[in-house]
Design a protein around this ligand. Structure first.
Ligand code: NAD
Length: 367
């Protein structure tokens, strides 16, 4: 069963990591290393079953292959999960045991932070392996990626404005920003620096107040955000917010934000396209975080990071071109761009792979 699943999703390797004394139950999934070592975060979550954990790690690692490929990185896709409750089950031994497994892969998988993991946990992992990013700045790490993600989102936005309106003048348009957290607040700040009209919502009233008081935004209710008459809807909170219930309410011309998995389903992505709304694919737009940590591999440098963020403009623009060329919705064009790059570079490295076509990337959607 597991081999069948892995064959279908196109994974190269799935490692089950167990250490009884440390209480470690982890899975590392390496999806594709054609472009380079598999980079992707470590998630800690109290999964209800092993099957749920396996599904999650397979889905997320495959998503990283696409994200890293579209971002233009020389990195493949991977991900790891620890089955456990981040509020109760963390220990030095747990993370060091995990670090030893990462190390045993000799650099084929490089880990980073994800849901449930913070920079202190990474310090323990770092004691056992050098194949880790997202460590503290004192160890040459890149620190909080959120401002970079926000800046990258801005680049994706400009590409979308250009494609939809023929103008990149951010300040000319209005925005409905959902979520004023780490990325959202930085993004709002940048929008306001351009003089844009910004509507904001968050379930945390303190953050909404800050966005209003410090940045001059207009507050709206958490459900009202879908009815706002703004040019751009910018999801910067949770995934799945573009769905059957919300899409008919959206008045925007563009969807562009930092949240992961914005489209609830592929069918919704098709419907977005039919309604003439330009969707800037989430994983291309929000690649700033992964770009930033990727630079730790060769020695982090802020200037290089900012330069790299600006490539998001071109990546998103290229996705729109592919969508036009192949007459497909933009969410599909993003996947196609990733597959084309992996195949082209794969041919250089392994000429015999050419005849396989995109199928070798598997058939499991979701990032
Ligand atoms: P965060 O937790 O700091 O911010 C999310 C904000 O959304 C919080 O303030 C939360 O109160 C708010 N929120 C939650 N549910 C909401 C709702 N129903 N309505 C309105 N607001 C709601 O997280 P973040 O780091 O800012 O990340 C935001 C999104 O961007 C996430 O989807 C994340 O996966 C994605 N992302 C973040 C980065 C990064 O660098 N931090 C990189 C890539 C993608």
């Amino acid at each position: 069963m597991i081999f069948e699943t892995i064959a279908t999703s196109g994974h190269e390797e799935v490692v089950f990591c167990h250490n009884k004394e440390a209480g470690l139950k982890a899975i590392i999934a390496i999806h594709n290393t054609v472009l380079g070592p598999a980079l992707g975060g470590l998630r800690m979550w109290p999964y209800q079953s092993e099957a749920e954990a396996i599904n999650d790690v397979l889905r997320l690692s495959r998503g990283m292959t696409y994200k890293n490929a579209v971002a233009g990185l020389n990195l493949g896709g991977g991900k790891a999960v620890i089955i456990g409750d981040p509020a109760k089950d963390k220990s030095e031994a747990l993370f060091r045991a995990f670090g030893r497994f990462v190390n045993s892969l000799n650099g084929r998988y490089i880990t980073a932070e994800d849901v449930g993991i913070d920079v202190n946990d990474m310090e323990w992992v770092f004691r056992e392996t050098e194949f880790v990013t997202g460590v503290h700045q004192v160890h040459g790490g890149s620190g909080d990626p959120s401002p970079f993600t926000a800046y990258g989102t801005m680049q994706g936005l400009m590409a979308a404005l250009n494609a939809r309106f023929g103008s990149e003048n951010v300040g000319k348009y209005s925005y409905a920003v959902q979520g004023a957290g780490h990325v959202g607040m930085e993004f709002i700040k940048l929008l306001r620096e351009h003089g844009a009209k910004v509507f904001v919502t968050d379930i945390n009233p303190d953050l909404v107040r800050r966005a209003v008081d410090e940045h001059g935004c207009t507050a709206v209710g958490t459900d009202e955000i879908y009815d706002v008459d703004a040019d751009v809807y910018s999801p910067c909170a949770l995934g799945g917010t573009v769905n059957e219930a919300t899409l008919p309410r959206l008045k925007c011309k563009i969807i562009c934000g930092a949240a992961n998995n914005q489209l609830a389903t592929d069918a919704i992505g098709d419907e977005v396209e039919k309604r003439g709304i330009l969707y800037a694919p989430d994983y291309a737009v929000n690649a700033g975080g992964v770009m930033n940590v990727s630079l730790e591999i060769d020695g982090y440098n802020r200037e290089r990071a900012m330069r790299m963020m600006r490539t998001i403009y071109h990546n998103v623009g290229r996705i729109f071109q592919i969508a036009k060329r192949d007459r497909i919705p933009t969410y599909k064009a993003a996947d196609r761009m990733a597959e084309e790059r992996i195949i082209a570079i794969g041919k250089l490295k392994l000429p015999h792979m050419g005849h396989n076509g995109p199928r070798f990337l598997g058939r499991m959607r979701g990032h």
